[in-house]
Write a protein that binds this ligand. Structure first.
Ligand code: SAM
Ligand code: DTB
Ligand code: SF4
Length: 358
């Protein structure tokens, strides 16, 4: 007979909407304290993972995502581009590595890749990896054959966002369904790649939708290793260009709740930093965000200049997370947890020393 072992620290996949709403409703200081405690139990609280993004195929996308400047359905004055040459991609990856990025994320404005595109994309993965960078791609929906090919080429992460709640999804995108997204995420996981999946806040969704998005992300088992939380970048010409701003403190609450619900995941303070004050970004790190996009551009819109980010890291005493690219996820999580425990022990010992001497 096997006995189920209950582990109170194991990440949970069964968060109820009531529990999530209760977290959101906590006094702000209590919520941030809770998130910070959980963050410190699993990570170095001053280390931030740094990724650089590149759009490898820009614009003319057949999907109708209302937030996206790259959708062919809207006129956003965007310069369209065919799939970039491999040499161009590798040169930009090299520059990103030299500037301090540890992961290179490549995005394409596709509903899903064609098989002839995949050949080129596989080669990009192989060449970027030889630079000693982790690789991530976001290419739209993939089937299991495509996912297996990407995994075999050595792709570390596949990004595929749930973007919003199942209920609000149809208000934002009509050319695919929420369950199409879940299918691709399952396919990517089955192929053995790490999952990067998150969403966008500030699209006019309600508080219930933010809770339901986080619930869906935490339902994924295992949790996505990386959870990007984007603040909508309002691009002229998209249907959401004039949507009402989300209160930045609500955005910070969502980061804190994501940190509590998915304690071992990297939570990325993703798009929208260019429009955010330094204080809001600092609060996001305090709430448990520990990853950013670094470099002057996201895919098609602006991101803070690299030297501004270096100055912000210096002001906040943050440092880029160093990671051995050969280390697997379990070893990485174990090492970070061990380090967090050692730090907690050292802090307790220091407190005791003060008590005894005082
Ligand atoms: N076409 C692929 C897809 O949709 O999965 C990959 C590229 S798509 C641009 C990647 C993600 O960028 C989207 O899922 C969305 O979360 C984010 N994104 C796009 N436009 C955005 C905007 N204006 N503001 C914030 N995030 C945005
Ligand atoms: C993610 O969650 N955000 C990134 C990345 N994953 C692919 C993309 C943000 C795009 C913002 C709009 C643009 O620059 O086109
Ligand atoms: Fe296309 Fe992705 Fe933009 Fe949607 S989010 S329009 S799928 S590039």
């Amino acid at each position: 007979m096997t006995t189920a072992v209950f582990n109170a620290d194991a990440p949970r996949h069964d968060w109820t909407l009531e529990e999530i709403n209760t977290l959101f409703a906590l006094p702000f200081n209590d919520l941030l304290f809770k998130a910070q405690q959980i963050h410190r139990a699993h990570f170095d609280a001053n280390a931030v993972q740094v990724s650089t993004l590149l759009s490898i195929k820009t614009g003319a996308c057949p999907e109708d995502c209302k937030y996206c400047p790259q959708s062919g359905h809207y006129n956003t004055q965007l310069e369209k581009e065919k799939l970039l040459e491999i040499e161009n991609v590798v040169a930009q990856a090299k520059a990103a590595k030299e500037a301090g990025a540890s992961r290179f994320c490549m995005g394409a404005a596709w509903r899903s890749p064609r098989d002839k595109d995949l050949l080129l994309v596989e080669e990009m993965v192989r060449q970027v990896k030889t630079l000693g960078l982790e690789t991530c791609m976001t290419l739209g929906m993939v089937d299991s054959n495509q996912a297996n090919r990407l995994a075999a080429a050595g792709l570390d992460y596949y990004n595929h966002n749930l973007d919003t709640s199942p209920d609000f999804y149809g208000e934002i995108i009509t050319t695919r369904t929420f369950s199409d997204r879940l299918d691709t995420l399952a396919t990517v996981r089955e192929a053995g790649m790490k999952v990067c999946s998150g969403g966008i806040l500030g699209m006019g969704e309600g508080a219930q939708d933010r809770s339901a998005l986080l619930q869906q992300l935490a339902k994924l088992s295992p949790h996505p290793e990386s959870v990007p939380i984007n603040m909508l970048v309002k691009v002229p010409g998209t249907p959401l260009e004039n949507v009402e701003d989300l209160d930045p403190l609500e955005f910070i609450r969502a980061i804190a709740v994501a940190r509590i619900m998915m304690p071992q995941s990297h939570v990325r303070l993703s798009a929208g930093r260019e429009q955010m004050s330094e204080s809001t970004q600092a609060l996001a790190f305090l709430a448990g965000a520990n990853s950013i996009f670094y470099g002057d551009k996201l895919l098609t819109t602006g991101n803070p200049q690299a030297d501004r980010d270096r100055a912000l890291f210096a002001k906040l005493g943050l440092h880029p997370e160093r990671r051995d690219t050969c280390e697997d996820e379990t070893a990485h999580t174990e090492r970070l947890t061990q380090q967090a425990q050692q730090r907690a022990q050292a802090e307790r010992a220091a407190e005791l020393a003060v008590d005894v001497s005082g």
